[in-house]
Each structure stands twice: as structure tokens, then as C-alpha cells.
Design a protein around this ligand. Structure first.
Ligand SMILES: Nc1nc2c(ncn2[C@@H]2O[C@H](COP(=O)(O)OP(=O)(O)OP(=O)(O)O)[C@@H](O)[C@H]2O)c(=O)[nH]1
Ligand SMILES: [Mg+2]
Ligand SMILES: [Zn+2]
Length: 346
């Protein structure tokens, strides 16, 4: 009897040999998508890390560094395809982990793209308020990846029931895995959930993200650090990096975060404007209107043809509208606060 894979071998050309980047996620759908865009799948590369001014990308051969100014806006996990003339095209993001940047300006901070699973990592001895965990769950849900809650260091507590009870309203549909490096609990399930996928660890400093990253890599690649008296770690991991796993799949280890404020529909620009919002964050003027300002990042992007003037105008109109809505909301908040203060005490 003929077995399906033998039949495959006879009838299909070498085109169907696995793509050299299949191991880190360039699947058949990506191959098809690239061809449909008139691009060559063999020119694809994944963004492994982004440093100041440079991106490290891995193509079929080796890794190489490209200046960020030659790239579309990217974040670790993105797929780029060299269009042949040196121009790099970014493929559509299947998922995007993004939060509101920790800064005075209202800006998004992109954390990782094209992740299949977001492992929200929470140390069971954490002294951080549960609000941050709830915020992280919301970010993970927004991302488009599959959220999974990892409760680490189960060896240091007597029960997880109280926490699960407190979180009951937040966990709908989210699998919870408890882990311990002391007993090995949860490791098999973690390996199952993450096999051959791109995953990202999201959590506070000291949650055990790098420890679990090393577990999944079967190698101590990421440095880990002791937790201080304050109950949080010391921000041992400082860059976002995509690390291929020996048996297929990839892990993105992130630096610990202190805040996970949502960048949702309500707060931020629509997904199609995220690139412009990113560009705006690169503007060196902190109070820029991004209109007719020499040296402005958006102005330059228009001049260089990276974006069109009408795209810029759309984005600015939308963000101005948003700012005035926020202004109204906080004015309303202040006046109702005043009204409450005026109310006579019983
Ligand atoms: N008891 C116990 N300790 C653990 C466990 N997992 C991690 N740790 C310890 O927790 C500390 C912090 O772990 P890391 O992996 O460095 O934490 P991180 O989340 O990567 O922290 P940042 O890089 O600072 O964001 C280290 O001392 C680990 O050895 C666990 O399951 N049980
Ligand atoms: Mg770390
Ligand atoms: Zn500007």
C-alpha cells in the first residue's frame, strides 16, 4: 500500500522541501503568503533582536545585522523578506504583544510579534499587586497569541488555591500551569504547550522567565538573577531576544516589566496606525506636533517616502481626536471628584 509521504516524494518537486526557517516558524502559509506578494520565500528572515540602530535578522544561511533605518518598523519576531532590490518588506503580523509605553507620552511599546503562545509568568511568592498580573493577562489576550498562565516557584508556597480564587474572574479559557525548578513540576506540560511554536515569556522581574527559557532551550543561555528583598528581581535580562530551540520552535525572553498597561482599542491608534505611532516615538522632540517641524521623525518619514503625507494626516487626526477625548474624560473625572468633595459629610 502506498503511504501518503511516499506519494508526496514522487509527485512533488524540491520546492516542497521544508523551508530553511521552518524550524523557527516559517510555515507553509508563510511560504504561500510570500509568493502571493510576488516575493521569494528563500529571501525571508526573522528578526532575532533589535538594538539601538540595528536589527539582527536570521535568514536561510546565517544571521546578519541591518541598520534599522533600512527596515520598516519592526520588533523581535517579525518576518522580513528582501525584495531583491535591497528593500525589506515586513510580512503581516499574526500576533503582536504591545503595551502602553512607560513614559509621559501616549505611545505604544511593541514587545514581540508573531508569537503563538504568550506565557504570562508569575512567581507564587511575588509581592507585586495582582493588578499587574491582571494587566498582563489582558495584554496577552489582546496579542492574538494563546495566553497561558505559568505560576512559577510552586515549591515555595503551600497552596495556589487562594490565588486561583482571586483570579477566577480573569482566567476564562486560560490554562494554568504550575512549575517548580526544585521538583520539575509542570515541565512536561510546558514542553507540550510550547513544542515547535514561537513563545514569549511575559512577567515581572524575578518571575523565572529566563530560568524557564533555559529549560526549554535545554541549555543555560540566558543569565538568571536572585530576587532582592523587595520581592522583585533585579532586571537581569535587559534585551528582547528570539532564541531558536534545538528541536524546533523559538523562545522570546523579555526583560521583566513593571507595568503592563493596555494599549487597546480605546486608548491607542488602530493596528494600522501602529507603525506611525512607533515612528512618532522616535521623534526627538518631546512636545512635537509632528506637523511642519524640521527634524521631526514623521516629517522625515514623509520626505523619504516611507509613509505618505495622507497616512501621516490620518494618523495625526486620529491621535488628536483621541487626546481630546482623554482630556474630556479626565476633566469629567476631576469635576465629579470636586462634586464628591463638596458633598457634606453625614
Ligand atoms: N525556588 C524557586 N526558585 C526559582 C524557580 N524558578 C526560578 N527561580 C529563581 O528565581 C530567580 C529569578 O529567576 P530569573 O529566571 O532570573 O527571573 P526573570 O523572570 O528572568 O527575571 P528578569 O530577567 O530580571 O526579568 C532566580 O534566582 C531563579 O533561580 C522555581 O521554580 N523555584
Ligand atoms: Mg530574565
Ligand atoms: Zn515630530
Amino acid at each position: 500500500m502506498s503511504r501518503p509521504w511516499e506519494h508526496d516524494r514522487v509527485s512533488q518537486s524540491d520546492n516542497h522541501a521544508p523551508h530553511p526557517l521552518a524550524g523557527i516558524g516559517f510555515d507553509e502559509a508563510r511560504v504561500a503568503e510570500t509568493r502571493a506578494a510576488g516575493l521569494l520565500p528563500e529571501m525571508a528572515a526573522r528578526v532575532m533582536r533589535v538594538d539601538r540602530g540595528w536589527a539582527t535578522i536570521r535568514g536561510g544561511g546565517a544571521s546578519r545585522k541591518v541598520p534599522l533605518k533600512e527596515c520598516p518598523p519592526i520588533v523581535v519576531g517579525d518576518w522580513l523578506v528582501d525584495a531583491g532590490d535591497g528593500a525589506l518588506v515586513r510580512l503581516e503580523r499574526r500576533s503582536l504583544l504591545v503595551r502602553r509605553a512607560v513614559s509621559a507620552r501616549v505611545e505604544p511599546q511593541l514587545m514581540a510579534a508573531n508569537v503563538d503562545v504568550v506565557l504570562i509568568t508569575w512567581a507564587l511568592d511575588s509581592q507585586v499587586g495582582l493588578g499587574r498580573l491582571r494587566d498582563m493577562i489582558a495584554l496577552a489576550r489582546d496579542s492574538g497569541g494563546l495566553p497561558v498562565l505559568v505560576l512559577s516557584k510552586v515549591d515555595v508556597v503551600t497552596t495556589v488555591d487562594d490565588l486561583l480564587c482571586d483570579l477566577a474572574g480573569d482566567l476564562g479559557g486560560i490554562e494554568v500551569v504550575t512549575t517548580s525548578t526544585v521538583t520539575g513540576q509542570g515541565f512536561d506540560r510546558l514542553r507540550e504547550i510550547t513544542a515547535a511554536r514561537t513563545i514569549v515569556f511575559l512577567g515581572s522581574s524575578g518571575a523565572g522567565k529566563s530560568t524557564l527559557t533555559n529549560l526549554l532551550l535545554d541549555k543555560d543561555i540566558q543569565a538568571t538573577g536572585a530576587v532582592g528583598r523587595g520581592g522583585e528581581g533585579r532586571h537581569t535580562t535587559t534585551s528582547r531576544e528570539l532564541l531558536p530551540r534545538p528541536g524546533g520552535g523559538a523562545v522570546i525572553d523579555l526583560p521583566g516589566i513593571r507595568a503592563a498597561e493596555r494599549w487597546g482599542e480605546d486608548e491607542g491608534p488602530e493596528l494600522q496606525h501602529l507603525d506611525l505611532a512607533e515612528l512618532a516615538t522616535q521623534c526627538r522632540f518631546s512636545d512635537c506636533t509632528h506637523r511642519n517641524t524640521t527634524g521631526c521623525a514623521l516629517e522625515r518619514a514623509v520626505a523619504e517616502g516611507v509613509i505618505s503625507a495622507s497616512q501621516r494626516d490620518d494618523y495625526l487626526a486620529q491621535s488628536e481626536e483621541r487626546a481630546s477625548r482623554q482630556e474630556e474624560r479626565s476633566a469629567a473625572g476631576r469635576s465629579s471628584q470636586r462634586a464628591r468633595n463638596r458633598r457634606p459629610r453625614p
